[in-house]
Design a protein around this ligand. Sequence first.
Ligand code: AMP
Ligand code: MG
Length: 283
Amino acid sequence: MSDFTIDDALALRVEEGFHLSDVDPSETPGFEGDSDELDEAFHSFNDLLDEEQEKLFANGRKHPETTGGILLVLQGMDTSGKGGVIRHVVRQLDPQGVHTVGFGRPTEEEAAHDFLWRVEKHLPGPGLISVFDRSHYEDVLVQRVNALAPPEEIERRYGAIVDFESRAAANGITIIKVMLHISRAFQKKNLMERLERPDKHWKYDPGDLEDRAKWERYQAAYQIALERTSTDDAPWYCVPGDNKKYARMVVKALIADALKSMELEWPEADFDPEEEKKRLKKS
Ligand code: AMP
Ligand code: MG
């Protein structure tokens, strides 16, 4: 079988000199194999995820002062598979320890505040994992492409994001940012499927075609965002997304890496188990 390792996922990190146009959305770097092997590789991270997430949650309960959290940011064009990652990857985590939140067009109240205001309150607390379906990056993507804020304000935001994320990291949050990178042709196929299947109509928005028409401008905005905000505190991973199963496997491996890197132990008992056993027997 063709296995896929955490290191294969980490190799997709956005480093200096990164060019989005060099990434082929249809490739599956680090994995060669058929669909059954892909399923197998996908499930190979389950035990690690299971055990380490429970440890994280347990530590968050017992030692909130010293336990961090994980923030997973999912970005991508429409139909890039953000929802699928949440459905297939995040559902394997214990829901008690996960908070997912989608960011749409800002409400009037949100728009009256700084762009980070609505995001900050969803950062993960001790022992928790927050998953963002879109994020503060929309404020330098859709807002840049459609000039929804003055150019100097958009410019200011890149630095504000880097500062915000490094503060979060200093507070113990491990940040993983994923761009699900699909091709324009793949999006067309996905949008057509949304139109052909009544059970997918709810996912379609006629406005998606306006965004699609600005494809190149979006790619340029992604390039700028990724190169300016991929830092050691909060790296970006550009994940080829035309093979959805592959992309989901990569995200799973990245979460596995974040958990493993925390080197968590089960919290030690703050009581004497032998003593408690005696008490229980007598009760
Ligand atoms: P979807 O994720 O496809 O359900 O749609 C959410 C929509 O909200 C997308 O079209 C986003 O571009 C848009 N959106 C999210 N955040 C912002 C933002 N900060 N400013 C403007 N539009 C946004
Ligand atoms: Mg949409």
